[in-house]
Write a protein that binds this ligand. Structure first.
Ligand SMILES: Cc1cc2nc3c(=O)[nH]c(=O)nc-3n(C[C@H](O)[C@H](O)[C@H](O)COP(=O)(O)O)c2cc1C
Length: 317
């Protein structure tokens, strides 16, 4: 079994439209490899055409000491296998397969969470990628707890293992439950019992303390954070940032986006995506605090307010 490249048990989840290479890089730079063990690209969807080396490298972004796995989503096809081969020649350290996406496009293409009704099909996809990339590159599988219910949970985990997955990530919600609370962690313990490889638990981690609690309560080897990391990019180390640090993080993200030619309005929409979840530094506390950012219609005003926050805090120190 190929070695998993992660440097610690805490992992950042892939989130399409949010964890772009720039956001990921900023989060990775906040952490030591002992606190954040790895992350993944947003899914790269493969339908009819294989993806090029250039696209794969763009998706991966800058590589540093904390590994970034490439996530692919597609049904078994020549295009998927060719993309996996290209990824290996481009130097990816790990390929993760997405079997959790509940979006209509994925389901219609028999990809993503469509496979939650079809353990045999899932095994076939994992096996085909495993055979294609060889024994040096770990192939991992990110599953949900099932489709309409969790009755196939153990079969799905066993299918991923039989196909050669080096790690199984389980998002504890079913496809039907989408992203609704709660994420029943007892399903993670069931998955650990069914799995012959390390299990990564995911779903419903809200705080730094939850990372260790998930592993203790369920027996998972790894714990993966999704949305809570958008509102607290320091969640993996437990550092409690000041308002200044929060404002600087958000301004650095805005600068980076605009440096890549993103328009001002689009940049501030990206900031608002984070502010919707923001939970640290006291800058967006409570429903009213959050609304004050989200309802601000003038993008310049959002940046000016962040600038003032960074400045005021600096003066106070
Ligand atoms: C906006 C958004 C985009 C997502 N995109 C992906 C993706 O590209 N690949 C994937 O495997 N999961 C994706 N997910 C699911 C997350 O990785 C994670 O499984 C889910 O949010 C549950 O974890 P949480 O409760 O900690 O947020 C996405 C979730 C959100 C909210």
């Amino acid at each position: 079994m190929p070695r998993l490249p992660f440097t610690a048990p805490n992992l950042l989840a892939p989130m399409e439209g949010v964890t772009d290479p720039l956001f990921r890089q900023l989060v990775l730079e906040l952490h030591e490899p002992k606190d954040l063990g790895g992350t993944f690209t947003e899914f790269l969807r493969i339908s009819h055409q294989a993806r090029t080396r250039r696209t794969i490298l763009q998706h991966l972004g800058t590589q540093g000491p904390i590994p970034v796995g490439l996530q692919l989503m597609g049904r078994k096809s020549d295009a998927l296998l060719e993309t996996a081969r290209t990824a290996v020649s481009a130097g990816v350290e790990l390929i993760d397969l997405n079997f959790g996406c509940p979006a209509k496009g994925a389901l219609k293409g028999c990809a993503g969470a469509a496979m939650m009704d079809d353990p045999r099909g899932l095994e076939d996809v994992v096996q085909s990628i495993h055979d294609t990339v060889g024994s040096e590159i770990p192939v991992t599988a990110k599953l949900r707890a099932g489709g309409d219910d969790d009755s196939l949970l153990e079969d799905l985990v066993r299918a991923a293992c039989a196909g050669g997955a080096a790690m199984v990530t389980l998002h504890a919600r079913t496809r039907k439950e989408a992203y609704a609370a709660p994420a029943p962690w007892e399903r993670l313990a069931r998955a650990v019992a069914a799995s012959s490889v390390p299990l990564c638990g995911n779903g419903g981690i809200d705080s730094h303390a939850d990372l260790a609690r998930m592993r203790q309560e369920t027996g998972c080897t790894y714990a993966m954070v999704g949305r809570a990391a958008l509102g607290n990019p320091w969640i993996f180390s437990g550092h409690e940032p000041s308002a200044k640090e929060c404002a600087e993080f958000l301004l650095a993200y805005a600068d980076g986006l605009m440096g890549r030619d993103a328009p001002l309005r689009g940049t501030v929409s990206r900031l608002k995506q984070l502010l919707r979840h923001w939970s640290v530094g006291g800058i967006a506390d409570g429903a009213e605090g959050r609304r004050s950012w989200l309802h601000e219609g003038d993008p310049e005003a959002v940046l000016a307010r962040l600038g003032t926050l960074a400045e005021q805090d600096r003066q106070r120190v």
